[in-house]
Design a protein around this ligand. Structure first.
Ligand code: HEM
Length: 519
């Protein structure tokens, strides 16, 4: 027989329940802290989160509407402040950049995989400045200018492969891998001085797989292991994937670096590239082996950002034939049929430029760019932002602000007509509200590859438009649903018909083989 519940058990049970609640509550409810002068942290949701599922930017968008352009949310024990207003972003990240330019030591991305290296994971300080200075050897505007022949060659190669694979427009094609190889080869040439000949190249496939694994493991608000610290001490599948990726990166990129070194040691004429710069300066700059491997790895990880933008362009332009017709008319009027557009034609083709900006606004590859991290206490408009806060730029909400972009969910390049600045120039506008879009981030950590990315996008998109009329394949509707794939947020896989527009295309495509350095 069970004993009848005694009087003492009646007291013990609520006590146990109360103790459990007291232990759990601080882990589930937000903590409203104030500074010594009573300034509260920005308002925000009542609950704490271990991670944000699915598309985290949608949650941020809902909260931004409810709590305003500066709100806070707790992820586990980490306070995050979310910024979804251009002026606030400028005030914090630019005007007060000395406080808001570090990075959180994310467990997965920064500690396990990149080990605090590769610029993007570096804390704000001398080491970050050193890495940024080194990559600017190949990314500064003047350096990008010198890369012109590489980028031109890859654009030509991409168009040529598309013409060939579609049998001059007879067969439909899924363009994703060809676009991926265009971006990948540019980055390989710039970092290692080599290129890949085919989309079935094992190295191309392997490095793309690393890039995809990196994307999957390192979402800024989606990993429970980043925010619930006790989990970091336990063995887990996620942890072993992070370790494995780190080891793979060292092995594969290490071997590629050694190959460049062997060529340099043998007195071969290695083209100027990131690895050459790093090897030549390794001793003076006191770079260790992991620095070298991770700096190179991050150059290839960015492949998806440019690729996904080009994939979005093709999907959107196919679904908007009236915009495509207007672009073709501009190209025919300004460039004609004998030659295709060059980077110098940018200012003469404002509609093509507007299309590219609108693609970037409507489908930024990172709706939540790598968050910044604050290194000092700060009070902004009476709200307290403590040292150690994760600073999140909410690009999704900024890009769908009705005031700045009327009818924001419509793809409408016209909104950018009259904007004659490149993205790199637009960043510096004193009126933050007038900046074209925020796809490249903000402040001192802004994407250092912005000039290169713009040049790649221009060459790929203007030449795809010049070369082809792009049609939907009958009975294969293109979906604009965003999905996470090998290139980040891409459209679901689709095929298009690419019909050559000019008889002159084949002569324009005559390949200049001189600079092709094969793997
Ligand atoms: C369309 C293409 C690209 C987009 C949309 C893009 C976007 C971004 C964004 C949003 C950030 C974070 C900025 C911030 O912290 O505020 C970033 C950082 C970075 N990007 Fe890009 N990027 C692109 C292409 C490239 C290219 C081509 C390279 C170089 C080859 C590159 C190299 C980097 C590096 C090294 C960082 C880390 C900077 C730091 O932490 O200081 N990106 N990029």
């Amino acid at each position: 027989m069970f004993p009848v519940v005694s009087g003492s058990a009646n007291v013990v049970l609520p006590l146990i329940l109360g103790a459990i609640l007291l232990t759990i509550l601080p882990w589930t409810l937000r903590k409203n802290i104030v500074d010594k002068d009573g300034h509260p942290i920005p308002p925000g949701p009542l609950l704490r989160y271990a991670f944000l599922r699915g598309d985290p930017e949608r949650s941020l968008h809902v909260w931004a509407k409810r709590y305003g352009p500066l709100f806070s949310v707790w992820m586990g024990n980490q306070l995050c402040v979310v910024i979804s207003d251009p002026q606030v972003a400028r005030d914090l990240f630019v005007t007060n950049g000395s406080i808001f330019s570090s990075r959180k030591e994310y467990f997965m991305k920064n500690q396990l995989i990149l080990r605090g290296r590769a610029i993007t994971a570096s804390q704000y300080g001398d080491r970050w400045r050193q890495h940024r200075r080194l990559v600017m050897h190949v990314l500064a505007p003047k350096a990008v200018q010198k890369l012109g022949h590489i980028l031109e060659n890859e654009a030509r190669d991409m168009i040529s492969s598309l013409v060939h694979e579609t049998k001059e427009g007879v067969l439909p094609i899924n363009p994703a891998l060809y676009i991926g190889r265009f971006t990948f080869n540019n980055l390989l040439m710039i970092s290692f001085g080599i290129r890949s000949d085919s989309i079935s190249d094992p190295l191309f496939q392997r490095l793309l797989a690393f890039s995809m694994e990196f994307m999957e493991l390192t979402g800024p608000l989606s990993n429970i292991i980043d925010f619930i610290e006790p989990l970091q001490k336990l063995p887990s599948y996620m942890k072993s994937r992070g370790h494995k990726l780190h080891e793979d990166l060292i092995e594969v990129y290490g071997a590629m670096i050694l190959r460049v070194k062997a060529r340099m040691d043998a007195g071969e004429d290695v083209p100027d590239c990131l690895v050459k710069t790093l090897l030549e300066t390794q001793e003076d700059e006191k770079l260790d082996w992991e620095d070298l491997c991770m700096l190179c790895a991050v150059f290839i990880f960015v492949v998806h950002s440019t690729s996904s933008t080009i994939q979005w362009f093709l999907a959107l332009i196919t679904l908007h034939p009236e915009i495509q017709a207007q672009a073709h008319a501009e190209l025919d009027r300004v460039v004609g049929q004998e030659n295709w557009p060059t980077p110098e034609d940018g200012s003469r083709l404002p509609y093509i430029r507007a299309i590219i900006k609108e693609v970037q606004r409507t489908h930024a590859p990172f709706w939540i760019p790598a968050p910044h991290y604050s290194t000092d206490d700060f009070v902004y408009n009476g709200m307290y932002i403590p040292k150690g806060t994760l600073m999140v730029l909410d690009c999704y909400t900024i890009h769908h602000n009705e005031e700045r972009y009327p009818d924001p969910f419509t793809f409408n390049p016209d909104r950018y007509l009259g904007d004659n600045l490149s993205c790199a120039e637009s960043v510096n506008l004193s009126d933050a509200m007038q900046r074209d879009h925020w796809t490249f981030g903000v402040g001192r950590r802004i994407c250092p590859g912005i000039t290169l990315a713009e040049r790649m996008l221009w060459l790929a998109i203007s030449r795809l438009l010049w070369s082809f009329t792009i049609h939907e394949v009958p009975r294969e509707p293109i979906s604009l649903k965003e999905c996470s794939g090998a290139f980040g947020r891409t459209p679901l896989p689709y095929r298009v018909n690419l019909l050559p527009r000019h008889d002159t295309l084949s002569s324009v495509l005559v390949v200049d083989d001189e600079m092709n350095v094969k793997i």
